[in-house]
Write a protein that binds this ligand. Structure first.
Ligand SMILES: Nc1ncnc2c1ncn2[C@@H]1O[C@H](COP(=O)(O)OP(=O)(O)OP(=O)(O)O)[C@@H](O)[C@H]1O
Ligand SMILES: [Mg+2]
Length: 454
């Protein structure tokens, strides 16, 4: 609105001002010109010597009518010899302009106060001397009248234009804003409904871009929601399984009545203890995952000797490996000290080596090696185990994912180990990769920066 109307007003003022100054200038020049012509005529007729010339009187009257003004003729004694208004005849006029005129100078001026322009020109006698002066004043009132006329017309135009602009502004704002309204409606609708709907407002390229971005975001939220639901159902299922087993075991003990043989009782109790351990492990794993999931969860970064760390992990796992007759070998190419969180890295590496032992064959082997360059250190865990089918390899780092459920169940595990490993390695800005062939073995490689970068 304002953008339309303010320039209109400024434009009108500018036009009026320039019209006024030009019109006044023009009038001033006309008056000056006529003044000079009259002065020449007066000289020709010798009017100052004989003021009874009818021709000259007619010329002067016509001139004063033409300009809607007044003509004064002054003789050498500063006396008014002719006044077209006949008011000042016989009086003496001594003004600055008249005095300068007798020195041979014509002059003209504009007086906005009296709304008139004035010109004075000398009348020469027979020789070069100034014998008198002509003073012509002309009203510029008609210019002001014209100006008023124009401005009143301008006002009408202004009002009309303002109305047009107002209507245009309203229409445009409605038209322009409508697609945005559509977007916000769609958002509200989608917010209430399920997340499967897609929004499309293709009125403008921009609104289409907004809808696309919104759809993208909804897509991501949907995925997140699905994975959250899956996680929750997995967790509850995993937590319930040991409880169900314990319940079955306890129930069957109770059903036996009082005559439970001591060995059976002991066996069942051992099974129950195992289930409790399992439940405990799941909860512990879940808790460490939750902790790792927090972005940059408080890492306790310290320079750690990785050789020592690996030796310790292997020492702990050796009894389990020995039970299955698995050879556990550690090979280090150089001493490595790196800035890591000892607890979390131990968790990550233990899970890998534990898997290599768990998913191995009787009499197999597990090779753990450590190497480093100037930037990273590398840990390789290779085994001669059952291997992981190609199609499963991309999923094994997901929570609760186990390749062969029945087999894995037999071995015992929840599918959280590798998820923990991956989170811990990513927190150290590292990477983990898997190479595997079914029935031949699996190799996990880890790369972690020697210096921790925030
Ligand atoms: N070295 C390996 N050889 C063969 N299969 C493996 C190996 N490591 C992991 N897997 C497969 O990947 C699956 C996921 O491993 P992950 O460590 O996450 O879970 P898990 O060992 O079953 O349970 P958890 O480690 O939580 O006790 C395992 O169930 C197994 O099928
Ligand atoms: Mg595991």
């Amino acid at each position: 609105m304002a953008i339309g109307i303010v320039p209109l007003i400024i434009l009108q003022l500018l036009i009026l001002r320039s019209y006024e100054s030009r019109a006044v200038q023009q009038r001033l020049m006309d008056v000056q010109e006529q003044c000079k012509i009259v002065s020449n005529q007066l000289q020709g007729y010798g009017y100052l010597d004989n003021t009874q010339s009818e021709v000259m009187d007619a010329v002067l009257t016509q001139l004063s009518n033409l300009f809607n003004g007044r003509v004064l003729i002054i003789d050498g004694n500063y006396r008014v010899v002719k006044d077209t208004y006949m008011l000042e005849e016989g009086k003496t006029v001594i003004s600055e302009e008249v005095l300068r005129c007798f020195l041979g100078e014509s002059s003209s001026n504009y007086s906005p106060r009296y709304q008139c322009v004035e010109a004075v020109a000398p009348v020469y006698g027979n020789g070069q001397e100034v014998a008198g002066a002509v003073l012509v004043s002309a009203s510029v009132g008609n210019i002001y009248m014209m100006e008023d006329f124009i401005s009143s017309k301008g006002l009408i135009i202004q009002i009309a234009l303002s109305a047009v602009i107002l209507v245009l502004a309203i229409v445009l704002s409605i038209v322009l804003v409508r697609p945005l309204g559509k977007i916000s409606h769609s958002m509200e609708d989608l917010g209430n409904e399920d997340l499967s709907e897609v929004m499309s407002v293709s009125d403008y390229t921009e609104t289409q871009a907004i809808s696309d971005a919104y759809n993208n975001m909804i897509g991501r939220i949907r995925k997140l929601d699905e994975s959250r639901q899956e996680f929750v159902s997995n967790v509850s299922h995993e937590l319930k399984t040991p409880l169900t087993s314990m319940k079955v075991l306890a129930d069957s003990l109770l059903m036996q009545g009082d005559e439970v043989p001591a060995e059976l009782y002991k066996e069942f109790m051992e099974d129950i203890t195992a289930e409790i351990d399992r439940e405990n492990k799941i909860i512990t794993d879940l808790l460490s995952l939750v902790k790792l999931d927090k972005k940059n969860a408080d890492l306790d970064i310290k320079p750690i000797n990785i050789n020592d760390l690996l030796e310790l992990i292997l020492k702990r796992l050796r009894p389990i490996a020995a039970k299955a007759d698995i050879e556990l070998v550690f090979e280090s190419f150089r001493p490595v000290v790196a800035e890591v969180d000892e607890v979390k890295l131990t968790l990550a590496l233990s899970n890998l080596i534990e898997n290599a032992v768990k998913y191995n064959k009787e009499g197999g082997w597990v090779h753990v090696s450590l190497n480093a360059d100037h930037k990273f250190f590398y840990v390789k865990v290779a085994d001669s185990g059952i291997g992981i089918p190609e199609e499963d390899q991309e999923h094994i780092f997901e929570r609760f994912y186990r390749v062969d459920k029945s087999h894995s169940r037999e071995i015992g595990g929840t599918g959280l180990g590798l998820a923990i490993t991956r989170s811990a390695i990513l927190m150290h800005r590292g990477a983990v990769k898997v190479y595997s062939k079914v029935d031949e073995g699996t190799t996990f490689t880890i790369r972690i920066p020697l210096a921790y970068v925030n």
